[in-house]
Design a protein around this ligand. Structure first.
Ligand code: ZN
Length: 184
């Protein structure tokens, strides 16, 4: 997988890529580019801020439905980079300077995303060893999960990028589907 997204990045001011003393960016074992712990990270550490463009809900809804590239092969919609930060605004992380956009989803993540005073942070859920890949649950909603298969490789992988609160529903669905052959 190659990332050609730089062609279609949001038109934003030129800004420096965000950095963090805790991480390095390189080829991922999960998918595309990934983010790795450069040193030991303690549980609770704010590792890097997930930055982007603050947009109104209306603009966010529009972007959520827009493909990220004018490329028939890529059906990824803008929704995947949008974070809700409060009732009025969302954050669109689809900007070149947002280094945190390289962090992959995992069903057994070592980090979580959290909003601290209107800022989105990637925070360590547990102590992380040097060299571990940084991951968090993207917390996608139920409606879109079938478009987002997960290959995180963890033992807990549920097969889709999906918020944990929906996992029981997924299990029930899998059970009821057992009769029919598993198709792609
Ligand atoms: Zn998974």
């Amino acid at each position: 997988m190659t990332k050609k997204k730089s062609l279609d990045f949001r038109k934003t001011k030129k800004m420096k890529d965000t950095t963090s003393p805790y991480i390095s960016v390189r080829q991922s074992r999960i998918h595309g580019t990934g983010v790795y712990a450069k040193k030991k990270i303690k549980a609770g550490t704010r590792i890097i801020e997930y930055v982007g463009e603050k947009v109104t809900k209306k603009e966010s809804d529009r972007r959520a439905q827009t493909p990220l590239e004018n490329n028939a092969e890529n059906e990824e919609l803008g929704a995947v980079y949008l974070f809700e930060i409060n009732k009025k605004y969302d954050l669109d992380g689809y900007v070149p300077y947002n280094t945190a956009r390289f962090i992959n989803h995992s069903c057994e993540p070592n980090c979580e995303s959290d909003i601290v005073k209107g800022h989105v942070w990637i925070i360590a859920l547990r102590d992380i060893k040097k060299g571990e890949e940084i991951s968090y649950n993207y917390n996608y909603t139920w409606g879109d999960h079938e478009d987002h298969p997960c290959r995180c490789g963890s033992e807990k992988c549920v097969g889709f990028i999906l918020a944990e609160e929906h996992w029981p529903k997924l299990k029930r669905k899998k059970k009821s589907k057992k009769k029919s052959p598993a198709g792609k």
